[in-house]
Structure formats: structure tokens, C-alpha cells
Design a protein around this ligand. Structure first.
Ligand code: IVH
Length: 695
């Protein structure tokens, strides 16, 4: 397409392009941030619908300004990432996600697209399944025996969790004799979930024993699958519904409904609630039927999946980078309720950000009683014009924290009061500060007990140092009594004063001290997360641990070195650098060190991992430039593969380039590579490298 090569920005678009560049950057950052909340921390902050709107806006801008599109854009990838704590595999066929629809109209649009792509006018048959709200996994059987079970990860690479998956009810170790032909390969995919009743029972047990409980069944299922010790997984009543095939050499039936029957015949548990519909209108009828019935199911669903029944058409319909075109998810609308806004109170977070929280007249909504909802920030209160005493509509989408959607102004009595954002910190009384760069209002006092409490809780959280039993009630008392003024003080605690705290006894105090002691051996990436370095979540922490053997090395890293790390941008690099050059942070780390916090690092791969000794990460740490046309693969696909194998792609050849892959004709990039002495590889060699990397 020469149009792309000679793409010129029309005059009147030039200005809007510069605005688009900014917006695109912001959208990508925001989407990545929400990806982390959803896929890694299992704590989404916004509803799926709001998330989809961000992605849609980004896709639209990338369509309007093709120069801004990149293979690494979140519009081209599924959001998760392997966790770094398990061995990983590259999925032989990528594990895609499913595009969402939210209305009957959008379902009809989907049907319209399917017909157009197939060039047909008659009704299309669909199989409508329930969309199980659990964790996607892939199970590979060779000669009928399970060889591995893995998570979806980022869709290309996932964590190998075979032993844990063996503990899931419904996962077979071996396929029946009729399907265990020697040398056969069968990869089946499905959703691991936990019944609502089992979830409630387990959560209650955990509360009783003082453990941190889980927000919802999906979190519990995900957490259970990520256990290092599969004996723990075995205590969790996990189940599976199989629903799809991965790479396989079985001749599969011509329709998806027959494929599901085949799974049944093989003893692979499927969800019996599926309906064969003769047209999209019948599928819509199904959606109408299921909406009110979903709460009656023993497990959570977050919608329906509508699949073109004839598998033979799937090839013609194909996939986008992220989703197949032969299926769509129909998401049920978020559940809303009306209640009264009784008060607005402010909470202080770990970084000092003050968040207003709506206190509501308790109302029952989607399975739980809601008495609080987030109002995000002062701008949001102004936007809603929320006043104390107002009738408000609140919404809970999936397991997102409930939020106030709007105010019902027509029923105002005049007695409602406007909320004045406090000028002083509600906890320590310091004057609050608002920077011009962000909407957040902060308490500037880093010793504010509200902040200290949150930092300690964060330090002990699961992704951090995982100190079981270090919950809100205890931490409040530890801070109030002055026993702990910061995280390093935790390591000076002894049983006696802790046992003297309210709701504590000698055994629970001794247990807590034991857990604190054990945290000294938590891996480096957990410590890096726990320290609360700006912008560093679980994946950033892993990226750092991959590159630095020990905390001391990281503390001395230069800015440029940090920003050269994959997944660490300049802003984040600056944040890390400043964090480690702050005198009080350094003093704190010295104290952690003296207390015996060892933070062993198993992730360290060496600063320049070499392709030859790491075949699974063939392009680890390399900056690769693609030039010319590859005969066997699109450029986008090649870029994706390189990135999945640890490399970074760049558009121009420089001294930093590690490798140039040259397809077809030669050009200036090739000449430049020769001039700089950069290694050049032809298409054949490249394909061989990819093959051996995924072998
Ligand atoms: S088919 C291309 N069928 O929903 C993905 N997925 O939002 C093919 N899911 O990753 C999967 N119920 O984890 C399929 N009946 C069902 C499903 C289902 C739940 C999950 C699956 C997928 C996610 C996408």
C-alpha cells in the first residue's frame, strides 16, 4: 500500500494531529494502567464498558492518523502479562480475547459484519454460551496425556501451572482411550471458576482466621491458580468448563455445537447451558431470557458469548490482532440502584492522595449491600454536582467498586448541602496541596498517620511482602500506639507488645511476628512492589528484577540505564531514580537491610542475556529493525513475534540497533546497517530462529 508510505498530513489535520498525539499517549498510558489493575492486580477500577470506550477512542485515532499506530499499542494486544514466578510457554495459537457488544443493535451489527465477510444473505446459525467470569487456561495433551496447563498471560505467553490445574475438578490427567492416539496433540481451552456458595464459605473461613479475604470469586480462582504450592490449590474447590480448541492435530467437527459434544464425549466438562440459535434474532431472544436469570446460576457470568456455529467459516472470518471475528460477547448492563447520599468523607492514601468517598443509605445491589461508593476526586464531585442529602444513582459493573453515576436533581428539596473539599488533611491536619498537573489533592506530610497506615498495608499486601494477618485493624493500632512509624519498624516488633493490642492474643501475635520474619525472604520483585516506588506495579517490579541482581545495584542505576529497560518509560525511570536518590528512602532501605530483609532474586537474567543461551527469549534485550518485505509474514506479525520473544522493534538503524532483518529488496536501512557494522539477517534465518524459539 503506497498510500501508507506516502501518507501526508492534510493541512487542517496537522493541528489536530498534534492534539491526537497527546491524546493517544494519554489513552495508551491510561489503558495500560487499567490493564494492570484488571489482569495483574485483579482489581479493576473502571467498568468493562468504560475500558472499551477508551480502547475504541484510541483505535479511532489510530485509524484517522495511521502514522500513530504501532504493533505495541494496546489496541493490538490482550492486556495481561505472565507473572514471572512460573516457567512460561509460548501459546502455539495465541489466546485471544473476545470483542464486546452491549446492546441488541450491536449484536445485529456483528451479524451484519459476519454476513458481509461471508458474502451471504441468509440467516447465520449461532451457538450462544454463557460467558463464565473466571480465569482462561489452556491444557495441552500429547498422546492423550497432559503435558502442560497454562494461563493466558498476555495471550502470547502464559505461566505454566500444570500441577495446580491438576487440582481443578474436571481437569483430566489423561484423555479416554479413544482419543489417546500415539503422537496426537490436543489443546483444549476453558475457564476455571469457583461457585458463589464455595466462595462465600471460603471467604468466611478466611475472615475467621484473620486472613485477607478475596473481593470476588474470579479473584479467588486466579489467586488459587497462582499458588506456589499446589497443596494449597487443592484446598480450593475450583472447577472448569471447557469451551474451545487450541493448536491441535485432531480433525475437528464442522460445527461448534458438535465440537462441544465431542468435548462431552471425551469427558471434558462443558457448560450444558448453551443454545443453538437459527438467527441473530433468536440469539437476542436468548440474551433477553438470560439477563434476569443470571443471578440464579451457581457461578458468576458476565454476559453471553455468541459464536458462529459453522467452524468451517471461522477461517474465512479470521481474527484481528486481539479478537476473532466469528464470535462476540454480549455484556449485560451494569446494575444500578437509587439511594441517598448521606455524607462525603475523605480518605488519605499511601501517596497522600485524598479521595472523597460517598457514604450512602445502605442499599442492596447485585448480591451485596452497598453503603459506600467512590467519588474519585474533587473534579468528579463538581461534575456530578453531588450534594449531601441528594438522591443518587449508583452502579456496580462486575466487581468494580461501586460508583455514583448521577444525581436525580428533580427530587431535590432545597435542603441538600454542597460539599466543601477540606483545606486540611482529615487525619493529620496539614494544609492540603493541589498541583497544577493533576486532579489529585494531596496531604504533603509523609509522616501523616493516614499515609503511614496505607504504606504499611501496601507493604504487607499479597503482591508485596505478603504478610498474612497484617490487616487494617492491627495496622491502625500499630500506628496509633507508635509501635510502627514506618515499614522498617515492623521488623523490630516483638510478641509481647503486639499481644497486648486489642483483639490480639499471644498465638496470633506470635503468628504475625513469624510472618513478618518470613517476609525477609520474599523475592526482590515483591520488595520492589512493596516499597511503593512511583509508577512501579507488579510488572514494572519484575522488569527491574530481570535486569538488576540486587537492590544495591538498582539503587545506583543511571536514568538512561533505567529508561532503556523494556516496559520502563522515561517518566517511570525518572520516578525510580528520584525515589532511590531521596535521602529518607535510602535511610529506610538501609534499615530494612540491617533488619535482615534479604530479597533474593530468582528473576535476574543478566544485563545482556544472550540469544544463544536463552532460546525461549531469542530476542531478549535486542533492538531490531525490520526492512523490506518478508514473504512469509506481515510486518505487524513479525514485530509481535520479536516483542513476544523479548525484543524491541525500532524504525531506524542506529548504533543502538542489535539486528536488522532484511526481507526482499535492499534499501538505505541495509546500507546504514552495513556501514555501522550491525548484524543483518535474512528472512530464512529469521524464520528458523522463530521456529526454534517456539519449539
Ligand atoms: S471462547 C477468543 N467461550 O472470556 C477467545 N470464552 O473476554 C475464545 N470466556 O478469554 C474463548 N466464557 O476467558 C469462550 N463460553 C466461553 C467463555 C469464554 C468465558 C472468557 C475467556 C476469554 C474471555 C474473553
Amino acid at each position: 500500500m503506497t498510500g501508507d508510505l506516502f501518507y501526508n498530513v492534510p493541512e487542517d489535520d496537522a493541528k489536530s494531529e498534534s492534539a491526537a498525539v497527546k491524546r493517544v499517549k494519554w489513552l495508551r498510558r491510561e489503558i495500560e494502567r487499567h490493564n494492570k489493575f484488571y489482569y495483574q492486580q485483579n482489581k479493576p477500577e473502571i467498568s468493562d464498558r468504560e475500558y472499551d470506550m477508551l480502547v475504541e477512542e484510541l483505535a479511532e485515532l489510530e485509524r484517522r492518523f495511521p502514522r500513530l499506530a504501532t504493533a505495541a499499542s494496546p489496541t493490538q494486544r490482550v492486556g495481561g502479562a505472565p507473572t514471572g514466578e512460573f516457567a512460561q510457554i509460548t501459546h502455539k495459537a495465541p489466546m485471544l480475547s473476545i470483542a464486546n457488544t452491549y446492546s441488541h443493535e450491536e449484536l445485529r451489527d456483528f451479524d451484519g459484519r459476519v454476513k458481509k465477510l461471508l458474502g451471504r444473505n441468509d440467516d447465520i446459525e449461532y451457538l450462544v454460551e454463557l460467558k463464565i467470569d473466571g480465569v482462561a487456561v489452556a491444557l495441552r495433551y500429547e498422546s492423550g496425556r497432559i503435558v502442560y496447563g497454562a494461563t493466558r498471560g498476555d495471550g502470547l505467553r502464559g505461566d505454566v501451572i500444570t500441577d495446580n490445574l491438576r487440582k481443578v475438578r474436571g481437569v483430566l490427567d489423561a484423555l479416554p482411550a479413544s482419543s489417546n492416539r500415539k503422537g496426537s496433540v490436543f489443546e483444549v481451552r476453558g475457564e476455571v471458576y469457583i461457585d458463589k456458595a464455595d466462595f462465600d464459605r471460603l471467604n468466611k473461613q478466611m475472615t475467621d482466621t484473620g486472613e485477607e479475604c478475596f473481593a470476588n470469586p474470579r479473584n479467588l480462582a486466579a489467586g488459587s491458580l497462582k499458588q506456589k504450592n499446589s497443596a494449597v490449590t487443592a484446598t480450593r474447590p475450583l472447577r472448569i468448563f471447557h469451551y474451545a480448541a487450541g493448536a491441535t492435530d485432531f480433525a475437528l467437527p464442522r460445527t461448534h455445537s458438535d465440537f462441544m459434544k465431542l468435548l462431552d464425549d471425551m469427558g471434558l466438562r462443558t457448560n450444558p447451558q448453551r443454545t443453538l440459535c437459527r438467527s441473530i434474532e433468536e440469539a437476542i431472544g436468548c440474551a433477553i431470557e438470560w439477563e434476569p436469570k443470571r443471578d440464579g446460576l451457581p457461578y458468576n457470568i458476565d454476559g453471553l458469548v455468541v459464536k458462529v456455529n459453522r467452524r468451517e467459516w471461522w477461517d474465512t472470518l479470521g481474527t484481528t490482532a486481539k479478537t476473532p471475528r466469528y464470535m462476540t460477547a454480549y455484556k449485560f448492563s451494569a446494575k444500578q440502584a437509587v439511594t441517598r447520599l448521606l455524607d462525603i468523607q475523605c480518605q488519605v492514601g499511601r501517596t497522600g492522595v485524598v479521595t472523597p468517598v460517598a457514604h450512602l443509605e445502605p442499599v442492596f445491589l447485585a448480591g451485596s449491600t452497598i453503603s459506600r461508593a467512590t467519588l474519585h476526586n474533587a473534579d468528579e464531585i463538581a461534575r456530578l454536582d453531588a450534594r449531601i442529602g441528594d438522591q443518587v444513582v449508583i452502579e456496580k459493573a462486575g466487581d468494580v467498586i461501586p460508583r455514583v453515576v448521577r444525581v436525580i436533581e428533580s427530587v431535590r428539596t432545597g435542603a441538600e448541602r454542597k460539599f466543601k473539599f477540606p483545606r486540611k488533611c482529615p487525619i493529620c491536619g496539614s494544609e492540603l496541596a493541589r498541583s497544577e498537573y493533576e486532579v489529585a489533592i494531596r496531604c504533603p506530610n509523609i509522616s501523616c498517620s493516614g499515609q503511614v497506615r496505607e504504606r504499611i498495608l501496601y507493604y504487607g499486601s499479597r503482591n508485596g511482602m505478603d504478610i498474612e494477618g497484617l490487616g487494617g485493624v492491627i495496622v491502625n493500632q500499630l500506628v496509633e500506639t507508635g509501635l510502627t512509624r514506618d515499614i522498617a519498624d515492623l521488623y523490630a516488633l516483638t510478641v509481647e507488645p503486639v499481644a497486648a493490642l486489642e483483639r490480639m492474643a499471644a498465638t496470633s501475635a506470635a503468628n504475625l511476628i513469624k510472618k513478618i520474619e518470613a517476609s525477609k525472604q520474599r523475592p526482590l520483585h515483591n520488595l520492589l512492589y512493596a516499597l511503593g516506588i512511583p509508577q512501579i506495579g507488579t510488572s514494572g517490579a519484575r522488569a527491574l528484577a530481570l535486569n538488576y541482581r540486587a537492590l544495591e545495584d538498582l539503587m545506583e542505576a543511571r536514568r538512561e540505564e533505567l529508561s532503556a529497560i523494556r516496559d520502563i518509560g522515561e517518566v517511570t525511570a525518572e520516578g525510580i531514580y528520584s525515589f532511590f536518590h531521596d535521602a529518607s528512602n535510602r535511610a529506610l532501605i538501609t534499615r530494612l537491610h540491617r533488619a535482615g530483609v534479604a530479597a533474593p532474586n530468582s528473576l535476574y537474567r543478566g544485563a545482556s542475556a544472550d540469544a544463544s543461551d536463552a532460546p525461549a527469549e531469542a530476542f531478549q534485550g535486542m533492538t531490531v529493525v525490520l526492512t523490506g518485505t518478508l514473504a512469509g509474514m506481515t510486518r505487524v506479525k513479525a514485530q509481535e513475534r520479536i516483542e513476544a520473544l523479548g525484543g524491541k522493534c525500532s524504525g531506524s538503524v542506529s548504533k543502538k540497533t542489535s539486528l536488522v532483518i532484511a526481507g526482499g529488496e535492499t534499501g538505505s536501512k541495509l546500507a546504514k546497517a552495513r556501514e555501522l557494522g550491525v548484524r543483518v539477517m535474512g528472512e530464512d534465518e529469521f524464520m528458523k530462529m522463530l521456529e526454534s524459539a517456539s519449539a
